[in-house]
Ligand binder design. Sequence first.
Ligand code: VJV
Ligand code: CA
Ligand code: ZN
Length: 393
Amino acid sequence: EYNIVRPKGYTVSFHAQPEMEKHHFGQTHPMKPWRLTLTKSLVTSYGMPFAMDNYLTREATYEELNSFHSRDYLEYLVMAAPEDQPRDIENPDKEVKFNLGGSDCPLFHGLYNYCSMSAGTSLDAARKICNKQSDIAIAWGGGLHHAKKTEASGFCYINDIVLAILQLLRIHARVLYVDIDVHHGDGVEEAFFSTDRVMTVSFHKYQPDYFFPGTGGLDDNGPKSEHNPGAHHAINVPLNDGITDEQYEALFKNIVGAVNERYRPSAIALQCGADSLAGDRLGRFNLRVQGHGACVRYCKSLGLPMILFGGGGYTPRNVARAWAYETSIAIGADTRIPETIPEHTPWREHFVHDTLFPTLEQSMSEPRHNRNSEKRLREIVAHVHEQLRFVSH
Ligand code: VJV
Ligand code: CA
Ligand code: ZN
């Protein structure tokens, strides 16, 4: 028997919009908004809503989206209809305009509503942090880190993270952005390229011309001009296939710990893309739910107000496991929840194995070869520490 209680003197808010989960990118598209329903189902069956403030979020307004995105792009996004989706079997990546309509960012029914709900979730989370009504605000429907000011990219149309950080900057002098999605957080990095008020740190698989989006090399640290305040305020941690929990956790604590000490942010925005888990349809790493969650636990231990965003994650059962476990970390119930998925969990059969923590063997037929040498990881750490010497206290 276990008991989920509200953490004392500590507020966690959970922001979601079930309407968002009903949207479809297309039959076989890897991005499945339904994974959010599966996540909520697990969070609820473990009794976690009792320990949080739960909010049904509103849609972001056009003006709110316009705080980052250009009018010409937004106007097109409002107007674009699924009928405009090219039906060119020969050339499925032919896009219409603003990188919309290709196979990565298709035009689908209700696209604008989907985008404004995702953004609304993250904006509501940011407002709760700004008003000091939450210590940790959870927005699993957000985390769409590739979207650009005037262009969709990599399944992302509206950059809800940028919108949320812009809200945090009204109150917070310095915001730390951390990104554990298997892809490079290029849209967020680019949006805050020229400012020293946001420091971005992305861990990702890096292999230019092969793995999306191809940016985020070790030497990409912001503008090269020393006169630009954004110089040295982008940290990239390029990784290879097969990285393990032990390596990732050590790297994460070392780098995020050093960044925190040097930069002294007053708030953290953490993108928790679950495509860095073992067995992900698009991912390459060997992380388990515990290793992924350890990053969230470490950020929480820094004692700063924090937003947790979703992001990638293409094996829905594992996305739900990771985000439910990370919700339990936020409320401090991670040591008390049972490892066996509760009997009464809706769609329990979708989890295949009845544990919250599948082994690597349960996650994939054959574990991926680890191509991260200890020597290379030490070089990465050394480079990051070198960069941080240029960041003023
Ligand atoms: O690699 C790419 C771009 C291409 C052009 C489009 N084709 C489909 C693939 C190659 C160069 N895109 C990536 C985008 C990844 C986005 C990740 C988003 C996040 O997790 O970071 C945050 C939410 C890519 N990788 C795999 C696919 N696209 C892919 C897209 C499909 C698909 C299978 C794979 C789109 C439709 C369908 N199948 C039916
Ligand atoms: Ca990343
Ligand atoms: Zn991703």
